[in-house]
Write a protein that binds this ligand. Sequence first.
Ligand code: SF4
Ligand code: SF4
Length: 238
Amino acid sequence: MPVTGSALLKAPGVAGFDEVSYEVKERLFEQVKADLRFEDYLYGCYECGICVAVCPSARFYDFSPRRIAQAVAREDVELVYQQMEEDIWECSQCFSCVRCPRANNPGGIILIMREAAINNGMASAKEALEGYTRIIYKIMSTGTQVSPDMLQPDAFPDWGPEVKDVSDNLELWRRATPPETMHTTSMSWDVADRTLVELYLIWFETGALDMIKQVDEGLHMILEELMEERLEEMGIQR
Ligand code: SF4
Ligand code: SF4
């Protein structure tokens, strides 16, 4: 039996989420529960707070992996929806919370909730990923990581002082990256054609590219065209 009106809700006005019907929220929750990983990630909750104690995001935000685990375990459809509109984007996906004595994986549950939010084109997903367009493009088109030299304030105004801190201390950041990382804004290191093609196929076949479409149609179009062209050049048919 779903529990609603939970006392675990954040203070009114903090969340700022869009109101949708209960049926929509229920459908989203059902999608989360239907994920194949869900059963492995949630076994109930002792409310011990160990996950909160080890969670780096809980130190800096009004965020708690315990609240996530409890809301999902109690099938609190309203609260889960509210968390999908806000809390889940505050997790840094470090998975320190797998220390849970109940064998829960709150970070994994959050990952499933994020995927459901993206697949349903939720406003929170679009907003959370808005500042990452260039990074997603770079990683998915080249199959390699972002180099420190790419993190210039002009390119990432929405990242605020963090980006400026990187660009002001580039020498230090370069020393912290692998030696084969080139000081460039194009590629960190070369990726073999075969590996790149494999990555493209994985992103096509697993629906990762379709997920991009839900949050950024323009980026999806560019990536799809680029990947299809490359696969064609390599004589590979999907
Ligand atoms: S994965 Fe998320 S919820 Fe878990 S400890 Fe890391 S930041 Fe916290
Ligand atoms: S560590 Fe596990 S049992 Fe304890 S509060 Fe977190 S999710 Fe619940």
